[in-house]
Ligand binder design. Structure first.
Ligand code: NAD
Ligand code: TDX
Length: 336
């Protein structure tokens, strides 16, 4: 078992990174955390507010800044790498920052980890595997070939491959996890579930892409956090672990559930232009993680998780309202 004492969490002011920082702060009070975050439009220091200053420190900076990495990496025993440009629609409108942050940024972190012999865990996505047919009985496994569809998923696929090369060639102590779609508190209003919840709260009809038949495999972000901690501390070096909670659901079913839970008619949404290259279905087989490391998700009641997420957005309007108008303006420009 690896017992980290001093970790760097990149992207720790974003949705999943901040939930991970909160998870570690709460469950492992002996671990010190340095959050390295550029605070792009997607990063918000409020996401980690209220944690003990003696335990969590925020460094605002870019993972592409090698000189900064040279200053902060020494003295840490692990890097957990969440920082990324994360939104498919943005990558279609303007791919360049995805290549810079996701590919070059990961490269610079790998070099710093190699130089200072630091354990590395890379956070990735199931989207690197492309998509499945709606009626395919198979799910993604660790041996599914890479076949990314969007600039975002191609950049994540490239970053995964860099990590593998650094393990094989330089002996870097690294692991990779590829997780399915996360939901929960602190998710940016550009993403599907928070976009619809906050639109309904503002009296605006939510928007469904294409036919709405596309399937996503939902996992509560707290279950993602517990899986990453398991892999960081008990995972075998050089291995990839898929993270998922058997939460497949079509977008239209999720949309109707949100509308019903918010007291609206289930057909009170608009159909909009489909995402170009829209992946049909993601589905994760997480048996390796479950059998080898004994992980299991606990927040598997999706309707209860969605209800709690709706309550969180209702209670935290001041958190999301400042980002809502600009996000919707971007969507309008894309006809979505
Ligand atoms: P997010 O967009 O909410 O947060 C990204 C964070 O990274 C932000 O705080 C941002 O400021 C920071 N960041 C961006 N560029 C940076 C740079 N150059 N230097 C330093 N910090 C930078 O993203 P998220 O949804 O929390 O995703 C986190 C990670 O998890 C990503 O690597 C993503 O690919 C992966 N992932 C996400 C999902 C999902 O459902 N959202 C699923 C599987 C994997
Ligand atoms: O308004 C919308 N209407 C809609 O129908 C939005 C924003 C999305 N959608 C659809 C597109 C997808 O099929 O909902 C589904 C989910 O969309 P996103 O929230 O954009 O997520 P997705 O593209 O599936 O990618 C997410 O999961 C994998 C994360 O954003 C990625 O970072 C992660 O790697």
């Amino acid at each position: 078992i690896f017992k980290p004492r001093n970790i760097i969490v990149t992207g720790g002011c974003g949705f999943i990174g901040a939930n991970f920082v909160r998870y570690v702060a709460h469950n492992h009070p002996d671990v010190r955390i340095t959050v390295l975050d550029k605070l792009t439009y997607a990063g918000n220091p409020q996401n980690i507010a209220g944690l003990p200053r003696s335990q969590v420190e925020l460094v605002q900076g870019d993972i592409c800044d090698a000189a900064l990495l040279e200053r902060i990496v020494p003295g840490h025993d692990a890097i957990v790498h969440f920082a990324a440009e994360s939104h498919n629609d943005n990558s279609i409108a303007n791919p360049e920052p995805f290549i810079t942050t996701n590919v070059e940024g990961t490269f610079h972190l790998l070099e710093a980890a190699r130089k200072h012999d630091v354990r590395f865990h890379h956070i990735s996505t199931d989207e690197v595997y492309g998509d499945l047919a709606l009626d395919d009985p198979c799910k993604f496994t660790e041996s599914t070939p890479y076949k990314p569809s969007s600039p975002y998923s191609a950049s994540k696929a490239a970053s995964d491959q860099l990590v593998r090369a650094w393990v094989r060639t330089y002996g870097l102590r690294a692991t990779i996890s590829n997780c399915s779609n996360n939901y929960g508190p602190y998710q940016h209003v550009e993403k599907f579930i928070p976009r619809q919840i906050t639109s309904i709260m503002e009296g605006v009809r939510p928007k469904l892409y294409g036919t709405g038949e596309n399937v996503r495999d939902w996992i509560h972000t707290e279950d993602h956090s517990s899986a990453v901690w398991k892999i960081l501390t008990r995972g075998r070096i050089g291995e990839t672990y898929l993270i998922g909670a058997d939460g497949e659901m079509s977008n239209i079913a999720v949309m109707r559930m949100i509308l019903r839970l918010m007291g609206c008619a289930e057909d009170a949404f608009d159909w909009v232009r489909d995402r170009p290259g829209h992946d049909r279905r993601y589905a994760i087989d997480s048996s390796k993680l479950r059998t080898e490391l004994g992980w299991k998700p606990v927040r598997t009641d999706f309707e209860a998780g969605l209800q709690a997420t709706i309550a969180w957005y209702a209670a935290n309007r001041a958190w999301w309202e400042p980002a809502k108008a600009a996000t919707e303006a971007r969507y309008r420009a894309q006809g979505q």
